[in-house]
Design a binder for this molecule. Structure first.
Ligand code: ZN
Ligand code: ZN
Length: 257
């Protein structure tokens, strides 16, 4: 639908841009004035691109003040970067040093539309973080803990994966360490056995007694629980024995006759 924005109703929106409103058939259509100006002048729609106000005044919608930028370029500009000789630069607002935009100089982070950058240079951000951490140790520890708790499954999975990948390596290392320290290990266990003989024997006896007690206890419990079945089985067994005896006797008499 072609909307006549020339006679639109003008307001200022909550971000400070001039907003145009047109009412057609009980419906209100809205857009920003600078977008209309740019699209009308250039005869094309923005298609995901942004229109930037060069002098920073959001109400100055003269075509000379409008510049077409990609969302990334736009966010860079608003973070204080500028282009010089084809490269992006910025004066760090903390240390004031002019730095070229690179991974070494600025931290990047993702927001919902595109990637953008922390305001200060990496060094200043690091320092700020350090100061914050040392001033808020408990808070930081809590936050770390919480983060870990909410990502527990992820970390467990990662660890598992790492272990799986490293299993051969770990085995090899353990074996190598054993080989390297074989004499030491052997001597150590010998010495330990000698000086702790009494103790080790006591421990062994103790654990044997314990397991004996446990087995007996289990047996008693089992018997108590299955009394009827056990009695029935015993009766059957005795009856069977009696029957066989009888049979044997009968056979003997048959043979004698
Ligand atoms: Zn802008
Ligand atoms: Zn800095």
């Amino acid at each position: 639908m072609d909307i006549d924005w020339d006679n639109a109703y003008k307001t200022i929106d909550n971000k400070g841009y001039i907003q145009l409103s047109v009412r057609i058939g009980g419906k209100t259509y809205r857009t920003r004035e600078h977008v209309v100006v740019w699209e009308k002048y250039n005869g094309v729609t923005l298609n995901g691109y942004h229109v930037h106000h060069i002098n920073g005044i959001k109400g100055d919608n003269r075509i000379d003040n409008l510049q077409l930028l990609s969302p990334l370029e736009h966010s860079r500009l608003h973070k204080g970067f500028f282009i010089k000789d084809g490269e992006w630069y910025k004066y760090c607002p903390v240390c004031g040093i002019l730095k070229v935009l690179s991974d070494d100089n600025f931290y990047e982070y993702k927001n919902k539309n595109n990637n953008t950058y922390h305001p200060a240079c990496k060094e200043c951000e690091k320092l700020r973080k350090k100061i914050y951490v040392s001033n808020n140790q408990e808070k930081v520890a809590d936050a770390r803990k919480q983060y870990y708790e909410s990502h527990k499954e992820y970390y467990a999975k990662q660890q598992k994966e790492r272990r799986k990948n490293n299993v051969e390596l770990i085995k090899e290392k353990a074996h190598q360490s054993y080989v390297d320290n074989k004499t030491y290990y052997n001597e150590y266990s010998k010495q330990y056995g000698k000086s702790h003989r009494r103790e080790l024997q006591d421990k062994q006896n103790e654990s044997r007694a314990l397991s004996r007690d446990m087995t007996n206890q289990k047996r008693r419990e089992y018997r108590a629980l299955n009394k009827d079945a056990i009695n029935e089985k015993q009766r059957e067994y005795r009856k069977k024995k009696r029957d066989t005896l009888k049979e044997e006797k009968a056979n003997e008499q048959n043979n004698l006759m």
